[in-house]
Ligand binder design. Sequence first.
Ligand code: URA
Ligand code: CA
Length: 431
Amino acid sequence: MVDIIEKKRDGESITKEEISFFVDGYTAGTIPDYQASALLMAIYFKGMTAEEQGDLTMAMVDSGDQIDLSGIKGIKVDKHSTGGVGDTTTLILVPLVAACGVPVAKMSGRGLGHTGGTLDKLEAIEGFHIELTQKQFVNQVNDLKLAVIGQSGNLTPADKKLYSLRDVTATVDSIPLIASSIMSKKIAAGADAIVLDVKAGDGAFMKTVEDAEALAQAMVSIGRQVGRNTMAVISDMSQPLGYAIGNALEVKEAIETLGGNGPEDLTELCLVLGSKMVVAGGKAETIEEARALLEKVIEDRSALALFGELIDAQGGDSKIIHDTSLLPSATFKINVPALSTGYIAKMEADEIGVAAMVLGAGRETKDDDIDLAVGIMLSKKIGDFVKEGETIAVIHSNKDDVSKSIKIIQKHIHIAKDPQEKPELILRMIT
Ligand code: URA
Ligand code: CA
């Protein structure tokens, strides 16, 4: 291990065997934290070649189980977002893409950031359960073209252990380490093709478009090296996506979007990502053809109907797709007034995420309970005009004292005197 650390410290590449020796030994507990920390810090400063990143990814994949999706007919396409605020895309894309004939076997997680993850959002639908056996999962995708389950099995234990160590050794912010961490989980989850949505901006891991592009490039390169068709879209997270932030509120927004009445930015991002998924899944030759298919399944309501079938198949009541008032709703709805007159210049997505978490929409620590009904509905987006006292957001809460959330929202939605341009939604693409 000392030789491996020394090699990387001096900027040399390490071999596949050396990488496996480190990953296996650290997972098994035979390599101590201090040596693993030293190697991670050396990687942080000296980087890794594309080949090393591929080897690190596969060593982490091999540290645990892999999901076997070979029982599902067709090309299985997965989608991953590097995480944003109010990001409802997965909820929409699963039925949207499946309605075009692409099988979607989605394994999802709970929220790690300030707001809930896809599983938390789905649990806002009463009765919906995400515990399916492997066999039920595969059968349901073959029958209906879609299923969503929670993380099951012992997937990438090496990543779990290394991620915890990176967290306390200031080595999280390393593109080779982030890229291999994310890709190891996607590869272990079994998809043939992977569409990545890499966020750039205040609300995201990567604050600049250049960093986001470098991360996207690294992940695409890893995926292709190991034989998975991988592509990436870099999208804006300088403000939350759509208007809804909060679990039941986002389910409602997803239903509206599937029905063709969603927010412009959320709808567009779903069409862009969805087109790539449909092409990767072999159901269209070109992006334009794929987009037309997606627009058709929104228009004829078959995507929304399929969402209803997913809900019924997994124990929920699909009546909510026609009547969203059946979703959990909060006792208090409190308007947040603008403190001045002007144009919305900035909406710090991560801070607005904190305002939602304070209400109970997300977890402060991993074991916290979530209040599925609460959250924030934004009334404005960047570029919109607002008058002093006019509502910029509506807080949905089960506690009557929401002064803390109001303060956070007012502080982090910036209002400028001069007109402001709306940010571009799609910043770059790696095809
Ligand atoms: N998300 C991950 O899964 N891994 C990282 O290293 C960073 C973000
Ligand atoms: Ca949203």
